[in-house]
Design a protein around this ligand. Sequence first.
Ligand SMILES: CC(C)(COP(=O)(O)OP(=O)(O)OC[C@H]1O[C@@H](n2cnc3c(N)ncnc32)[C@H](O)[C@@H]1OP(=O)(O)O)[C@@H](O)C(=O)NCCC(=O)NCCS
Length: 204
Amino acid sequence: MIVNEHSTIRCMTEKDIESVVEIHLSSFPSFFLTFLGPGFLKIFYKGICSASDGIAFISLDSKGTPAGFVVGTSNPRGFYTKLLKSSWYKFALASVIPIIKKPSIFFRVARGLKHPGDNPIGTDIAGLFSIGILPEVQRQGVGQKLIKAFLDGAKEKGCNKVFLTTDRDENANVNAFYQKVGFDIQRQYITPEGRRMNEYIITI
Ligand SMILES: CC(C)(COP(=O)(O)OP(=O)(O)OC[C@H]1O[C@@H](n2cnc3c(N)ncnc32)[C@H](O)[C@@H]1OP(=O)(O)O)[C@@H](O)C(=O)NCCC(=O)NCCS
């Protein structure tokens, strides 16, 4: 656990999931996963948090209120396959209403559930899937501390690199953040939906 006068960072537990979903909904208002709704998000974050290869931290403010989180895994290749094997019916159920509301997302959900497996290969590479800080406490160093906790957590699980992906376009702040905390662009690619992406990597 990392404590300083403004915040505490500790491992996420299943009791934190409701707060994590709330932080996700307010810090990622227009993201695809957000559109899938709180039910889908709960299954996703609970799956990461309870997995033996999950890496998940939460930041609490001076009053103990959750203000940010970071999640990922030390096994990005096998992770989604395992999560889907145990929870595919829950994900499928949670996707029904969003798909009825917007049928065009069906193929994207199906592709996400199948997961393309185009992550970097290697047993020593962790994947950072999501980091979110409440809008009112952004730009106060919380994200930087969560990244440090995540890198330490990945190292403890035997990884010597961490990768992540983020949008290349209309996402200058997030790209500036990752570069500031030490990530380098490893690859650029375009998703089947036409999103231009940056893949970042950092050696721990
Ligand atoms: C991106 C995010 C995680 C950064 O967390 P944060 O706590 O606000 O960032 P920090 O205060 O730790 O910033 C560390 C450094 O990153 C850079 N940075 C952070 N936010 C920035 C911004 N909006 N614009 C430019 N640079 C930024 C700065 O160099 C900053 O250092 P400085 O404040 O001393 O200049 C946070 O803004 C967030 O949750 N955004 C919405 C969710 C999101 O898009 N997550 C990433 C999805 S891939």
